[in-house]
Design a protein around this ligand. Structure first.
Ligand SMILES: Cc1ncc(COP(=O)(O)O)c(C=O)c1O
Length: 406
């Protein structure tokens, strides 16, 4: 049971928007970086921290204390329900970067072994791959997700072909984003996991950009590992994320070198331990967990289908309008199934300076918040469920005006 239910619980997109003070001052199109933390979630975090410190820590072993920690544990159940997995598969960590690192570092990498990543990964994954190569002599294979020179993702065919050719049993892990943070391309994660599994290769799916935008079912995706956080599309607090580890994934997972029950071969076996027990060491921040649970609960009350539909229609409106803006091109695929709420545009003969200037002028002249994406020298726009059609129109007017000026 969640104790601190509000009388005015958010269950519509209008109420969601009204719970974001920032939205009345800015046109905020940067949820791909951080979503604004809902006021109600801020209150939940603050109230939980106060409750824990004013009362609970003095009576930890007693009934009210037990209820408080049970509420924190319920938040794990919420995340598990959102992802369609058992709560035992969910471990709290700080953010997606840490979750992915833990999964990567849980393998006892030896020199010459191979790690595969796609070319659409977040900088934090490329950094982990470079570090692994430097300190352990691991060879990194980068799988292209689109034809060389193609500036738009045209669908899963080419990528799956490349994966089929390049992924070998010598690879130990494939890291693949569900939605790329660069241009919002949506990758065929379930097919990639199946292909990897047939070669005995484990998979880590980075779901940082898909969670909270549309339904993500980790069980159906079937990867050993799935990483994510709540501070983007789920509009939860920063500093809390999770690693989902399947039972099979937990068999050899032990990044903290815990003493574990041995399996039939005498090797430490974590498969019967909950993922939390393998990851959550020391004192935790329970108020962040409760806040994360509250943000997930809010999204579930509104409904992921409703959220996806809003994101999809705003994105369609945005891309249709962008086609009429001279001097720019849309670098994201048009089809919703191949893309997401993340749209990146490039300036004709664009330079980093011009893109940065555009981002700055949008903020200074129009109070519109978007982000520069250095990977493809573009400007990234994220249409979230709390945004409105009027805001998209205002953005289109602004970019139409500014693009020729920068
Ligand atoms: C695809 C992807 N992976 C990982 C990250 C890093 O997320 P976090 O800040 O939660 O570590 C991001 C953040 O933008 C991302 O977009």
């Amino acid at each position: 049971m969640d104790n601190n239910r509000d009388e005015t619980e958010i269950s519509t997109l209008g109420q969601l928007r009204a719970d974001i003070p920032l939205a009345s001052d800015y046109i905020y199109l940067n949820s791909c970086t951080f979503g604004p933390v809902l006021r109600s979630v801020q209150r939940t975090v603050a109230d939980s921290l106060r409750e824990e410190n004013d009362e609970i820590i003095a009576i930890r072993g007693k009934e009210p204390g037990a209820r408080f920690y049970e509420r924190a544990e319920n938040a794990r159940h919420r995340v598990a329900a959102l992802l369609g997995v058992p709560p035992a598969d969910v471990a709290w960590v700080n953010n997606t970067t840490t979750a992915s690192r833990l999964a990567i570092m849980s393998l006892d990498w030896q020199a010459g072994e191979r790690l595969a990543v796609t070319d659409a990964e977040h900088l934090s994954t490329h950094s982990a791959a470079r570090g692994l190569s430097q300190s352990r002599g691991v060879e990194v294979t980068t799988i292209p997700t689109a034809q060389p020179g193609a500036w738009i993702y045209e669908g899963p065919g080419y990528f799956l072909e490349q994966l089929d050719q390049m992924l070998t049993p010598a690879h130990r892990l494939l890291v693949i984003s569900h939605v790329s943070n660069i241009d919002g391309r949506r990758l065929p994660v379930a097919e990639a996991v199946g292909l990897a599994r047939n070669r005995g290769v484990k998979t880590l799916v980075d779901a940082a950009q898909s969670l909270g935008m549309f339904d993500v079912n980790a069980q159906a995706i079937g990867a050993e590992f799935l990483s994510g956080s709540v501070h983007k599309w789920l509009m939860g607090p920063p500093g809390i994320g999770f690693l989902v580890i399947s039972e099979e994934g937990r068999r050899r997972y032990n990044p903290y070198l815990l003493p574990l029950p041995p399996d039939g071969d005498g090797l430490p076996d974590g498969s019967r331990m909950p993922a939390g027990a393998l990851n959550e060491l020391g004192t935790a921040n329970y108020s962040l967990r409760i806040g994360a649970g509250e943000s997930v609960r809010t999204m579930q009350r509104i409904g992921l289908d409703t959220i996806e539909e809003r994101c999809r229609s705003l994105t369609a409106q945005l891309r249709a309008g962008l086609r009429n803006v001279p001097g720019i091109r849309v670098a994201s695929s048009d089809a919703w199934e191949l893309s997401s709420s993340v749209t990146t545009v490039q300036l004709h003969e664009g330079t980093p300076e011009r893109c940065l200037q555009l981002v700055e002028r949008l903020l200074d002249d129009y109070r519109i918040v978007v982000k520069y994406r250095p990977e493809i020298c573009g400007v990234r726009i994220g249409a979230a469920a709390f945004n409105t059609s009027e805001e998209i129109d205002q953005f289109l007017t602004a970019i139409d005006h500014l693009a020729p000026q920068v």
